[in-house]
Design a protein around this ligand. Structure first.
Ligand code: GSH
Length: 216
C-alpha cells in the first residue's frame, strides 16, 4: 500500500494528492502534525530538508512533489495523463511545472514566511517584493496562456498550478487585466481532485498566516 506523508493544508501536499485522487490510486494518508509524531520522524529521515510530501511505496521513498508525480506516472499509472504521452507536450508540462513552483509558489511563500517570522510586523520590503514578483509572473502567464495551450488535465502542470494559484491569489489577487489566468484558476478549482483538496483543507484555514479571505 502506498503511503503519502503530508498535511491537508499544505500546498505541496495537494500537489501530490491531486494525481492520486485523479487516478483513484489506493493510498493511506499519513498526517504530519503534532498528533502523529512518528509520521514527522519519517519525513525528517527521508527528505533532505525534512519537508513534505513524501511518498512511500514499499521500500522506496520518493520526495519532491514533481518527482512524486513522475513516479506515480511510471509505477501507478491511471487514466489521468500525468506526464503527457506526446514528448513535446511532456516538455511543456515539465517547463510549466517549474514556472508554477519557482515563480508562483516560491514568491507567495516569501510573503507567507514574512508573516510566520513576525506576524505582527512582517518585513514590508519582503512583502512588497513577493507581491511585485507575483504580479510579474501573473502577467507573464496571462501572455503565455494567450499564445499556448496547457496539456490536458490532469497533468503535472495541473498538479503544480492548482495549489500555487489557489494560495497566490490569497496573497496577491489576480488582477482584472489577467482574465485568462483568473479563468484558469477557476477551471482548476472546479476539477474534482482539486475541489477535494480545497474542501479537506477548510478546517485548517485559520492557519493561513495572512488570514484566509472569505471566499473560495
Ligand atoms: N520543493 C518541495 C517543497 C515542499 C515544501 O515546501 N513543503 C512544505 C509544506 S507546503 C513543508 O514541508 N513545510 C514544513 C517544513 O518546512 O518544516 C516539494 O516540491 O515537495
Amino acid at each position: 500500500m502506498l503511503a503519502l506523508y503530508g498535511h491537508l493544508f499544505s500546498s505541496y501536499t495537494w500537489k501530490a494528492l491531486i494525481p492520486l485522487y485523479a487516478n483513484g490510486t489506493a493510498f493511506e494518508f499519513r498526517a504530519v502534525d503534532p498528533d502523529h509524531p512518528r509520521n514527522a520522524v519519517v519525513v525528517q529521515r527521508e527528505h533532505p530538508a525534512g519537508k513534505f510530501p513524501v511518498l512511500v511505496d514499499g521500500d522506496t521513498a520518493v520526495f519532491e512533489a514533481t518527482a512524486i508525480i513522475e513516479y506515480l506516472a511510471l509505477r501507478h499509472p491511471g487514466p489521468a495523463p500525468l506526464i503527457p504521452p506526446d514528448p513535446l507536450e511532456a516538455v511543456t508540462a515539465r517547463m510549466m511545472d517549474r514556472v508554477f513552483d519557482n515563480y508562483v509558489m516560491n514568491h507567495l511563500q516569501q510573503v507567507v514566511f514574512a508573516y510566520i517570522r513576525d506576524p505582527a510586523n512582517p518585513d514590508q520590503a519582503v512583502l512588497d517584493k513577493g507581491k511585485q514578483d507575483l504580479l510579474r509572473t501573473y502577467r507573464w502567464l496571462e501572455a503565455w496562456l494567450g499564445a499556448h495551450a496547457l496539456p490536458p488535465h490532469v497533468s503535472l502542470v495541473t498538479c503544480a498550478a492548482a495549489p500555487s494559484l489557489f494560495y497566490a491569489d490569497w496573497v496577491e489577487r489576480i488582477p482584472e487585466d489577467c482574465p485568462k489566468l483568473a479563468a484558469l484558476r477557476a477551471e482548476l478549482l472546479a476539477l474534482p481532485p482539486v475541489a477535494r483538496c480545497v474542501d479537506d483543507a477548510r478546517p485548517y484555514r485559520s492557519y493561513f498566516p495572512l488570514g484566509a479571505p472569505d471566499r473560495d
